[in-house]
Design a protein around this ligand. Structure first.
Ligand SMILES: *Cc1c(COP(=O)(O)O)cnc(C)c1O
Length: 382
């Protein structure tokens, strides 16, 4: 296997005990663990409502639906992201309209391009805090206010990220978090929706569970005997085992993110001045969750060769991301084509993501840096 994997989960006996306690309790879904997980997550993000769901894709889908986004509507989103973001827009019947990233040192969606892409049909802007680096939310909220459109924050990378003293996920109308196994905190599969809007929260809670007015727990506790169905809902529920894991993982998040920052700093110090390689987001604030560590190779460096050499040294690397607008499905169905988003396309061909996880030792980080520097030197000599 890998000497240094791309990411690693940080479970110990605490998660095991939490799951065992749920199993022994006999209450497996939509119970007190989920209520507690939601309350603690809401407090952490400092929002009124947090609603736990089965994954972030479901969260994004419900976010769009709760804002009444549907056919003939457009939602602006990045292409340099995971396909779940734009898929969740397509599920509603709306059209994802892709905006380019800022530049080669900031891979976040460009507010300038967002504004260019706003039309009479635009209903929302769905941004991603790439690698955990907060987008320029002041500018994005200003554009949204000016044009009367909603803002959804895809915070899949940004558990714990802050922007001007506020947590990501508390700034737009709705925040969507992922607890997939490679994210900063994980429940294996899982997600969370955050909002300060009471009406949206109520609607999202209904839609998470078939649009039903009374939950199993209410009926169990004798609070309700029957139910009505008042929205077209889904089964996007989380379960009690996952919520119990989530409570433990949330406790570890801040320390984990501090360790991630230290690793990020070592990478930065060692790689910032290496020629043929650029480190984006290098004017970093302390407010990123440091979800991943992306680098940009110069055009003359072969990415495949680079990743192969890392692999032969036992180091796993990845690409974030193949651009969504150039996927076959999006070319065929959303009128996408090459040349639409020049900066996204350029970065997508040259980006490589290096390993980053809290249990990574300083030695491990130096080993990755040594491998990177050695390869670059060899390439230059050729
Ligand atoms: C992981 C991820 C998602 C999807 O999360 P799931 O919980 O796996 O559904 C969405 N957007 C981004 C940017 C992601 O990284």
């Amino acid at each position: 296997m890998w000497k240094i994997p791309l990411f690693d989960i940080g479970f110990n006996e605490k998660e095991m005990i939490a799951v065992q306690e749920v199993l022994s309790s006999g209450w497996l879904t939509m119970g007190e663990q989920t209520e507690m997980f939601e309350r603690e997550f809401a407090d952490f993000i400092n929002v009124k409502h947090a609603i736990a769901v089965s994954n972030c894709t479901a969260a994004l889908h419900l976010a769009n639906l709760s804002l009444n986004i549907g056919e003939k509507d457009e939602v602006i989103c990045p292409s340099l992201s995971f396909v779940a973001g734009s898929n969740s827009i397509v599920y509603t019947g709306a059209k994802p309209v892709f905006a380019d990233i800022i530049d080669l040192s900031d891979f976040n969606i460009s507010p300038v391009d967002i504004e260019k892409k706003i039309s009479a049909r635009t209903k929302a802007i769905q941004i991603v805090h790439y690698a955990g680096n907060p987008c320029n939310m002041d500018h994005i909220m200003e554009i949204a206010d000016k044009h009367g459109v909603y803002v959804i924050e895809d915070c899949a990378h940004a558990s714990g990220s802050e922007y001007n003293g506020r947590k990501c996920g508390a700034i737009g109308d709705i925040g969507c978090f992922s607890f997939f196994s490679n994210k900063n905190m994980t429940t294996a599969e899982g997600g969370m929706i955050t909002t300060n809007n009471d009406g949206l929260a109520e609607k999202i809670k209904l839609m998470r569970s078939h649009g039903m007015t009374a939950m199993t727990l209410d009926r169990h506790k004798g609070r309700a005997f029957s139910y009505d169905v008042v929205e077209l809902g889904y089964n996007y529920r989380i379960d009690e085992m996952r919520s119990a894991i989530g409570i433990v993982q949330l406790e570890k998040l801040e320390d984990d993110n501090i360790r991630r920052r230290e690793i990020d700093q070592i990478y930065n110090e060692r790689l910032a001045d290496v020629c043929c390689i650029k480190v984006p987001f290098n004017v970093k604030s302390d407010s990123s969750s440091h979800h991943i560590f992306p680098v940009l190779l110069d055009k003359e460096i072969s990415r495949q060769g680079f990743m192969k050499v890392l692999k032969s040294n036992g180091i796993q690397s990845s690409i974030h991301y193949p651009p969504i607008h150039l996927f076959d499905y999006y070319r065929r169905n959303s009128g996408c084509h090459e040349g639409m988003l020049p900066t996204t396309e350029d970065v997508a061909q040259r980006e490589v993501t290096l390993p980053l996880y809290p249990s990574m030792r300083d030695d491990d980080v130096h080993y990755v840096c040594d491998s990177v520097i050695e390869y670059i030197k060899k390439e230059q000599d050729n």
